[in-house]
Design a protein around this ligand. Sequence first.
Ligand code: KG4
Ligand code: ZN
Length: 376
Amino acid sequence: MARATQDYQTVKILGIETSCDETSAAVVEETGDAAKPWAIRSNVIASQVPIHREWGGVVPELASRQHIRDICGVVERALEDAHTSWRDLGAVAVTQGPGLVGSLLVGVSFAKAAAVAAGLPLVAVHHLAGHIESLVLQNGEMPLPAVVLVVSGGHTSLFLVARRGEYALLSRTRDDAAGEAYDKVAKLLGLGYPGGPVIDRLARGGNDRAIQLPTTRLTHADRNAPGLKGDLDFSFSGLKTAVLRHVRARGSNVAQGVHAASGVAQGFSPAFSDQEVADICATFQRVVVTALIERLFDAARRYQAKSIGVAGGVSANSRLRAELQERGARREIPTFLPSLQLSTDNAAMIAAAGLRRFRAGEVAPLDLNAYASLPL
Ligand code: KG4
Ligand code: ZN
């Protein structure tokens, strides 16, 4: 790694992320190396999953209250882990949106107060820009133009990155996000929340052609998004309904109990054997991953991308990671993935995207507000 030159003062930034059900704070520092610009000094994540699991999904009111309880301790811990004091920081970056407004407000209010108290500039970050920059944080700068898929519980969107720090939306899901489909299918199979990790694990023991599930190809432009062509869009609600029909066809109502294969005490449909559940998981996972990979490579071809990336919670998926790397190697196009820790929500990616904006001179005013549906 190249050393920082003397006329280039590297900056340390504090990142804060509270858009959904993780309270996270991180310190990220510039390296002075243009090819791998940022290094993580700390990344503290307080997950609320055990709180929301009981309800089968994120409860916004509980989430915002828990963020309030956790934020001070999480920030203190992030500074401590990074052996950094407020005086060592050059800026504070925070997720402005999109997300749950009550949750976002906790991070935004804290960041504004901290910036004023410490006399630091404030940087507003779009959550999806954070996911995209997690790829650079992990691997170094991507060859441009790059096509990046952000796939999580709230989003399934393709972006073209033609220039560093510029993200052009190419397509998105017309209904459910891929992670949301995982969570809903897991719920109807009684596998608990969140659904992605458990379906991913059970799918490994299943036959991915065991049942008939539809693949959706959208070719027409969406009236709701006249600016987009529409043929790279995603749709997962039909797939989720097909799984629901398959489950209903067996006349099974989800009953309480412990599912042997997953060990999850959240209820399980007794009409299915462990093998049948694994088969449903494997088939569902194949259809989702195929849809994601196909659109991604279609877009890469169309925009003559020099690299490809996948970020967001669903990028932790084992089949998606394996197929992406295999397809990328076959096409001889560099493929980028975050580490497992950087794939789900975390403040290090927000700090990285914050450094990108800070260096571009984009500092936020102190009347910054949270914005639940912030566009990128
Ligand atoms: O990025 P993230 O932490 O939060 C959002 O911004 O939504 O993503 C969480 C989503 C959840 O829907 C979860 O089920 C999914 O990511 N997920 C996975 C896996 N791990 C997490 N989906 C598929 N396979 C996984 N291994
Ligand atoms: Zn996210």
